[in-house]
Design a protein. Structure first.
Length: 189
């Protein structure tokens, strides 16, 4: 069983420490979709990429009108891997053409979920991202040992109810940590 090891962090949040140097992950919080002996996959949940759902739908179906609501629905930069591939994180319930059950949440990668959201028939809560974050076997574990990340169990309200610019500090606050009080310099005793 791939998730039997309690040290795996599937359905957890990775909170970037202030000294994170990688611009893809500096000041981010990442939801871990999967984590096992083969590696990890996650979606950054607090980094809008400047696009909205209307921009995406206009590319997918240029001859169709896009509902006005879609212009206010942000698209997030889910990570630096396959940045042309879309992911929709949403509460478990509705099933679309390619939906992966993650427990309390689901991840859908098919376009039908986007059109369902646009028509008002999709999930009530969702996060749409282009790209994902990926780690090879042992890579995330090494970064954790180097104090690159803090981790905490996911709180769905952080993903779906807070504005994106509050998600990082709210995640850290779950651990009793105020990131602004931490130094941006890495160090080891």
């Amino acid at each position: 069983m791939k998730d039997a090891n309690p040290s795996y962090l599937k359905n957890h949040l990775l909170i970037a420490m202030p000294h994170m140097a990688d611009p893809n992950f500096a000041q981010t919080v990442t939801y871990l979709v999967d984590h096992n002996e083969h590696g990890a996959m996650g979606l950054v949940i607090n980094k809008p990429n400047g696009l909205n759902l209307a921009d995406v739908l206009e590319q997918l179906r240029p001859d169709e009108d896009v509902p006005a609501l879609c212009h206010s629905l942000p698209i997030y930069s889910g990570g630096p891997v396959q940045t042309d591939r879309g992911f929709v994180l949403h509460p478990r319930g509705q099933i679309f053409q390619s939906t992966l059950d993650l427990g309390e949440l689901s991840l859908t990668t098919s376009q039908d979920v986007l059109f369902s959201i646009a028509s008002g028939e999709g999930p009530d809560k969702y996060l749409i991202a282009l790209g994902y974050a990926g780690w090879d076997a042992g890579q995330l574990e090494a970064e954790l040992v180097e104090n690159t990340w803090l981790t905490c169990p996911v709180d769905n309200s952080i993903i779906f109810e807070l504005p994106y610019d509050q998600r990082l500090n709210a995640s850290a606050a779950q651990l009793g940590v105020n990131l602004s009080l931490l130094t941006s310099q890495a160090g080891h005793a």
